[in-house]
Design a protein around this ligand. Sequence first.
Ligand SMILES: NC(=O)c1ccc[n+]([C@@H]2O[C@H](COP(=O)([O-])OP(=O)(O)OC[C@H]3O[C@@H](n4cnc5c(N)ncnc54)[C@H](OP(=O)(O)O)[C@@H]3O)[C@@H](O)[C@H]2O)c1
Length: 260
Amino acid sequence: MNIGFIGVGHMAGSILRALSKEEGFSFYVNDHHLDKMMALEREYQGRVFVTVNQEILNQCPFVFLGVKPCDMNALLASLGKDHPRTIFVSMAAGYSLDELEMHLGNSRLIRIMPNTPVLVSKGVTFASYRRLSKDEKETFERMMTLTGKLHEIDEEKMDVVSVLTGSSPAYLDAFADALVHFGLANGLDEKEATEYVWDMVEGAALLGRESGKSPKTLKEEVCSPGGSTIEGVRVLDDAGFEQTIQKAAEASLTKTKNMR
Ligand SMILES: NC(=O)c1ccc[n+]([C@@H]2O[C@H](COP(=O)([O-])OP(=O)(O)OC[C@H]3O[C@@H](n4cnc5c(N)ncnc54)[C@H](OP(=O)(O)O)[C@@H]3O)[C@@H](O)[C@H]2O)c1
């Protein structure tokens, strides 16, 4: 199957790379940056074709729109309204199905919210659909298993999950970075400190998932009275760790809702 990408930067490029694991997929791409597309063409020889939007629409049943939200209006205006053969997949944060429909008319539409781990096929992506048949939805769901998990969601919840899973990898990276700095300050080198921190994150996530316990319960279980962990957690509590995370998430949510 041919899959189109208009705008193939960080996020759309990550999706393309995950989908490339399926040998049967070829990719028709267009981006402002020729160098980026030529690099993809070289990397996936014979499977990535650099072309213009009209050719993408002619060749591809699914077309991902990978441009920034502020570039969506201009792009959609240039595409026009009559697309009986195309299913558009928009990943633009804060850009609603109604807005897509205003530009693309009665086209079949998917609004998704992916996160960066799609690159390693461990992403979580949320999708809201408009006018897709059951078969088309199933084809899309099968395709997206290459990127990780896909959840269908009511569009009203899209902004919240975008913060919960789309912005939050950066919060986790900030937390991990702080731990790496602690390791460096206490005699570890950067390579070992980084490796140990990611091992911990991976293990803690798996334990959380497999134990079925809440994060709060797991935290309490590590905090034995008189132990060392509880001393650190007290410092986090006193410094307003929970409130800081809530404030960060609220700030991301406000921005998501007012993206343009
Ligand atoms: N990054 C994330 O974690 C994440 C998560 C979820 C959703 N998203 C969504 O993914 C989308 C892309 O974000 P990104 O971080 O991947 O952005 P990005 O790296 O800047 O990629 C966007 C690319 O599209 C190009 N472009 C803009 N208008 C175009 C047009 N009309 N035709 C062809 N190419 C065009 C841009 O070129 P110029 O540089 O010249 O503009 C750029 O190369 C956004 O809508 C964002 O909301 C991102």
